[in-house]
Design a protein around this ligand. Structure first.
Ligand code: CTP
Length: 352
């Protein structure tokens, strides 16, 4: 019996998937189809998969071509599966030509012609509105943001706003972005959502104006300096059905989420004490170390280290104490925060 194996995400099941499975089945007598898990897709940078794993499996099953369906959840699994199931032929569509030639030492590798003019990405882009995103501020984090955002389908960065830079040649040339520098309103008119990566003291005003212009906002931390400002913005966003998020990416990292879930499951007992530290030593001549007002360790990193404490012990602390060491320019170079809870405690330390 000739065994064939193929893999895919099979999101928003389409004709190309059907044809591929049909031809894969015709290559042998027994077809095994590996369907990727959400986690595996996210880890590969495929972050916008619409259908659940169960739906995608069901769609593959309903073609009638698969004799067996398995789940693919980690790098290197293909080799394990080929050996485990004693596979004769590994096949994928021609968009993968060459990528899996390393499997030739285990079985035959066949690339089947891809069905033209259809893909899950295309269907996702047609069915879901593309969000035009503008970036406020053009500092060091922006090239990093731009190099990552290309993996997120449904988002298109179109322009930047920076009142201090007339034309950012690097961004314009490399990423073909329009730069606005005179009118924030004109910039807001062009976009559906903004990412604020400007100096800390400007966040609140930029965010507020954008929300009042009905734009969604992703804002670098700290969103604001004062609790009532933050509450005002979150309340406004909620009332007006707008997304407002502080860009604490750690909260969304699968590794961090899993760590929190494992800790919360009770497997290591009740959580009584949480200690989190974030250290990144800034260049003594950089903005972070020369402007004492709005920079410094706590404002830059406090949200990261408070995150696990709040996630694991909650918001209802009974006391909070700050201790800060300042350098000769008055910049916060080290802050330690102690939180007391009725039944626990937390320490958060940040150093820059
Ligand atoms: N496939 C195909 N023809 C298409 C689209 C996909 O033959 N028009 C094949 C792929 O080569 C792969 C299998 O279908 O062997 C599953 O592909 P998958 O990545 O799930 O589908 P895509 O539509 O390519 O998804 P995406 O756009 O998200 O990359």
């Amino acid at each position: 019996m000739k065994k064939v194996i193929t893999y895919g995400t099979y999101d928003l099941f389409h004709n190309g998937h059907y044809n591929l499975l049909k031809r894969a089945k015709e290559l042998g007598d027994y077809l095994i189809v590996g369907v990727t898990t959400e986690h595996y897709d996210e880890a590969r940078g495929k972050v916008n998969v619409v259908d659940s794993l169960m739906t995608r499996i069901e769609n593959v099953r309903s073609t009638g071509f698969a004799d067996e369906i398995i789940v693919e959840d980690h790098v290197g699994q293909k080799i394990e599966d080929i050996q485990k199931y004693d596979v004769d032929i590994f096949t994928l569509g021609s968009d993968w030509v060459g990528t899996f030639d390393y499997l030739k030492q285990f079985c035959e590798v066949v690339y089947l012609d891809r069905t033209p003019d259809v893909s899950s990405t295309q269907i996702r882009n047609n069915s879901f509105k593309i969000i035009n995103l503008g970036i406020v501020g053009t500092g060091r984090i922006v090239p990093r943001f731009l190099s990552e955002v290309k993996y997120v389908s449904g988002v298109n960065v179109i322009c930047t706003f920076n009142p201090e830079v007339r034309e950012d040649k690097f961004l314009k040339k490399r990423y073909v972005l329009d730069n606005y520098y005179e009118s924030y309103d004109e910039f807001l008119d062009k976009v559906d959502a903004i990412y604020i990566a400007s100096p800390n003291e400007t966040h609140y005003e930029y965010a507020k104006k954008a929300l009042h212009a009905s734009k969604h906002v992703l804002c670098e931390k700290p969103l604001c300096f004062k609790r009532d400002e933050a509450e005002e913005l979150y309340d406004y966003a909620k009332e007006n059905d707008l997304v407002l998020m502080e860009a604490i990416k750690t909260a969304y990292c699968p590794g961090f989420q899993q760590l929190m879930n494992v800790a919360s499951s009770g497997v290591i007992g009740d959580i009584r004490d949480v200690e989190a530290t974030y250290t990144r030593l800034a260049d003594p001549n950089s903005r972070e170390r020369t402007s004492s007002m709005y920079e410094g360790s706590f404002l830059e990193f406090g949200s990261y280290t408070l995150l696990p404490a709040i996630k694991l012990l909650g918001k209802e602390y009974s006391d909070i104490r700050f201790k800060t060491l300042y350098d000769d320019k008055g910049v916060d170079i080290y802050t330690k925060i102690d939180l007391d809870y009725d039944n626990g405690m937390a320490t958060s330390k940040v150093r820059r």
